[in-house]
Design a protein around this ligand. Structure first.
Ligand SMILES: Cc1ncc(COP(=O)(O)O)c(C=O)c1O
Length: 423
């Protein structure tokens, strides 16, 4: 039974328009595949059928078919080509989530991209897909604190052990490998303290011992670094941050290579961790300007970093200074740097740190980052997660700044008038 008739046209014309639409989309994709990241983002995901430069938001729980036979055909197609967008139920996705997954698969140069409702959902899915009771995970010490809690505390209840390694000394990684090590989980740079690791060295250790690898690449995004191309099995980006870019949507992206695809596919299906079409649409919209925004975040952040470097009490945690170990590692792997930086501030007076942050006028106070606006947080990281290799003295404090797209002169003036409060 054909229940869905979009408009009153003879059926063969409708079929012809669909065929034309598919052919045109295919040609456009083929045509733009050869262009750069920047051009691809502007020309992908067009909707020729509806004559729109953007794809429609297709919301569906029930997906309708012409007949029972048609359902079976779609299911067979899905089995044959599981990344082809042959859905039979809304939990699997719709054409909108499929469009986003295709864009990100291209950007990541990966086999496939799974979409989750939050960035942390992608962190969870990466671990949940690979580790089993009795396994061990090696995790970089300065990970995002919920990632620490997930691996160290939550998975412990399932007899999964986590060992943290020092991002600055990879012999602590090498020496912690056991027969039980199943996964190396890297976040680069480190959360709040921005350590840059020797990523190829990590991959070669993992390959030697046949260990799976995952990297949280939210800071760099595939615009600056492509972990799958480098040899990681999985790459995570919180789409909440730069992909969306407007601080109004949450989402996560888990890019995979062919080796881990089947494990993640199984875990994704059973966990139901999938993004909705409205969120996918907003993220596609944000992606159109990802390169432009990141270029500007980088310019602004470098200006702020060199301004702040003049202050004796402050060490700027950002890869802007040639000659430092972090700069060397950043330069080795990244094409650019984003807008998130740390400040290690020396002060015997912790209240003066709060006073400095509280007196900023153009920086908002709140969690998350990656939007168009500047944000500031006093990160009391000792309390957030007991890091093993963080050697902060009691007089050293971390402030995290997200440098937005405002005029950097205004941001510098704002910082200038607040820095006097640091005692
Ligand atoms: C590095 C990193 N990874 C993952 C996440 C989690 O992303 P979401 O907030 O979208 O769950 C965050 C959030 O701040 C993050 O900073």
């Amino acid at each position: 039974m054909f229940l869905w008739i979009p408009h009153k046209l003879p059926p063969f014309i409708i079929v012809l328009t669909y065929v034309w639409d598919i052919a045109l989309s295919y040609l456009v994709i083929k045509f733009i595949m050869g262009y750069s990241f920047k051009t691809f983002l502007k020309h992908t995901a067009k909707d020729f059928y509806n004559q729109s430069v953007n794809p429609p938001v297709v919301r569906a729980s029930t997906i309708l078919f012409k007949s029972l036979n048609d359902i079976r055909k779609t299911q067979k197609k899905h089995l044959k080509n599981p990344t082809g967008g042959h859905f039979d139920y809304g939990r699997q996705g719709t054409s909108t989530t499929h469009a986003l997954s295709k864009i990100l698969t291209k950007l990541e140069e990966s086999y496939h991209v799974f979409l989750t409702p939050t960035g942390f959902g992608s962190v969870f899915l990466a671990m949940f897909s690979i580790v089993r009771p009795g396994d061990e995970i090696l995790v970089s010490d300065p990970v995002y604190s919920p990632t620490r809690i997930l691996s160290q505390d939550f998975f412990k209840d399932f007899n999964i052990k986590t060992v943290f390694y020092n991002p600055k000394n990879l012999s602590t990684l090498q020496n912690s490998v056991t027969k039980k090590t199943k996964l190396i989980f890297v976040e680069n740079p480190g959360s709040n303290t921005f350590e840059f690791q020797d990523l190829s060295k990590i991959i070669s250790i993992a390959k030697k011992y046949k260990i799976f690898t995952a990297m949280d690449n939210t800071w760099g995004t595939p615009y600056f670094l492509k972990p799958i191309k480098l040899g990681f099995d999985m790459a995570i980006v919180s789409a909440t941050k730069y992909y969306s870019g407007h601080s109004d949507v949450m989402g996560g992206s888990l890019a995979v290579n062919k080796r881990v695809f089947k494990y993640v596919q199984r875990a994704e299906k059973i966990s139901g961790l999938r993004m909705g079409p409205d969120d996918a649409y907003l993220i596609i919209r944000g992606l159109r300007t990802l390169d432009t925004r990141l270029d500007r975040h980088e310019i602004n952040t470098k200006k702020i970093a060199s301004f702040l470097s003049k202050y004796k009490k402050i060490s700027v945690l950002y890869p802007h200074k040639k000659g430092t170990a972090d700069y060397k590692m950043w330069k080795k792997y990244y094409k650019g740097s984003s807008g998130l930086m740390g400040l290690k501030i020396k002060s015997k007076n912790i209240n003066s740190i709060d006073k400095f942050v509280n007196s900023l006028k153009l920086f908002g106070y709140g969690y998350s980052w990656g939007g168009f606006e500047s944000l500031a947080m006093h990160q009391e990281i000792k309390e957030q997660g007991k890091r093993k290799y963080l050697n902060l003295t009691k007089d050293e404090h971390i402030v995290r700044l997200h440098i937005g797209l405002e005029d950097p002169k205004d941001l510098i003036n704002d910082l200038k008038s607040s820095l006097k409060f640091i005692k």
